[in-house]
Design a protein around this ligand. Structure first.
Ligand code: ADP
Ligand code: MG
Length: 337
């Protein structure tokens, strides 16, 4: 058997039970956006790590070293946000092919520390080694969150309302524009390519959800709405019913999709790397939360409801209900886009 037979998540499910040797103080190990460890009676430590590999996750020709440095840290900050936490200290390891210039690496660090400055994060260590071909970047990041505010994937319930903190599909459209060099006016392409190259982690939104005491679960959109909502559903033992009418589609996404001959709903449901949050909210608290969000300048888009029936479904504009098979990014499976 090879990894492509079971996929990234099948592999993680197989190794997860092996990891827990010393369970005391571990609130959550393998399986969530961050590991969650009790620090004291009040606070938990969050730890997350992400690997970026040249030609798998990024092309150096698509952006500057500065922007890539920002993204390498941002994807980790997003996992801290998904758990409701405040990011703290980063560790950065790089495997560098011999042909990369020192100026490029310094610019990469300047980009990374510019994002670190925006979120008050230290870079406290890492490792540097030689690579034979591609550039490999690993960032590990810690964060903190009060124990009673931590947001997990496995705590949602049927009847909870599914909300997004921003539109999805933007990053996938931007990636497609970069990949296929579609001739699209800059005014349409720029917000989409920016969403892909320089995403904003939703820390403010994560703290808002963590402190509202009506958010039952959360995850960030790294692999795609269908895939990441699927993690909340499978881990919480629920299904989900989405409403096509409620899925936010930006004007830039819709117009760019017309140019590219793509379906914007398809990108919004299955495109990855938007780094907005999916959260589930107790229905009785939704309108209060929407008022508070508006007051604080936070976007909340209710897009559906969790249901007992397993799997994800969508009510189309026509009134017909269809199944939505999870089809976001999954390394190793034959269905990866
Ligand atoms: P995210 O997309 O939020 O970064 P992933 O899908 O990458 O999350 O990972 C899901 C879970 O599996 C996380 O808890 C992560 O730490 C864990 N994980 C992923 N790969 C490995 C691995 N090789 N060994 C141990 N844990 C892993
Ligand atoms: Mg995540």
């Amino acid at each position: 058997m090879r990894l492509c037979d079971i996929g990234e998540f099948g592999f993680i499910d197989r190794i997860a039970p092996m990891g827990l040797i010393r369970p005391e103080h571990v609130v959550r190990g393998i399986g969530d956006d961050c590991a969650v460890i009790e620090l004291d009676d009040v606070n938990c430590l969050l730890i997350t790590t992400d690997l970026l590999v040249e030609r798998v996750h990024f092309q150096r020709s698509w952006s500057t070293a500065h922007i890539l440095g920002r993204k390498a840290l941002a994807v980790n900050v997003s996992d801290i946000a998904a758990c409701g936490g405040i990011p703290r200290d980063a560790f950065v390891s790089i495997a560098v092919p011999g042909h990369i210039e020192l100026e490029w690496l310094e610019s990469f660090y300047q980009g990374m520390t510019s994002l670190a400055g925006e979120f008050d994060i230290n870079v406290l260590g890492g490792d540097t080694t030689r690579s034979r071909s591609d550039l490999v970047i690993n960032v590990a990041l810690t964060g903190v969150v009060p124990r009673d505010e931590v947001l997990l994937r496995n705590t949602a319930q049927p009847g909870d309302i599914i909300v997004l903190t921003g539109p999805t599909g933007q990053s996938a459209a931007g990636c497609e524009i970069l990949l296929h060099q579609h001739q699209i006016p800059d005014s349409l392409a720029d917000p989409l390519t920016k969403a892909h190259l320089d995403p904003r982690p939703h820390v403010k939104e994560g703290r808002f959800l963590a402190t509202c005491h009506c958010c039952s679960a959360a995850i960030d959109v790294s692999d795609g709405l269908s895939s990441d909502l699927g993690h909340i559903c499978s881990q919480s033992g629920t299904g989900a019913l989405l409403c096509e009418d409620k899925i936010p589609l930006t004007e830039a996404l819709s117009s760019a999709c017309r140019h590219m001959g793509r379906d914007p709903l398809d990108l919004a449901l299955h495109g990855g790397e938007d780094y907005v949050l999916i959260a589930t909210i107790k229905e009785a608290s939704l309108s209060r939360l929407e008022d508070e969000a508006k007051h604080q300048g936070i976007d909340l888009f209710p897009i559906g409801i969790l249901q007992e029936k397993p799997g994800i479904e969508i009510v189309r504009r026509s009134g017909i209900t269809e199944a939505v098979p999870p089809r976001g990014w999954n390394h190793f499976t034959k269905t990866s886009e």
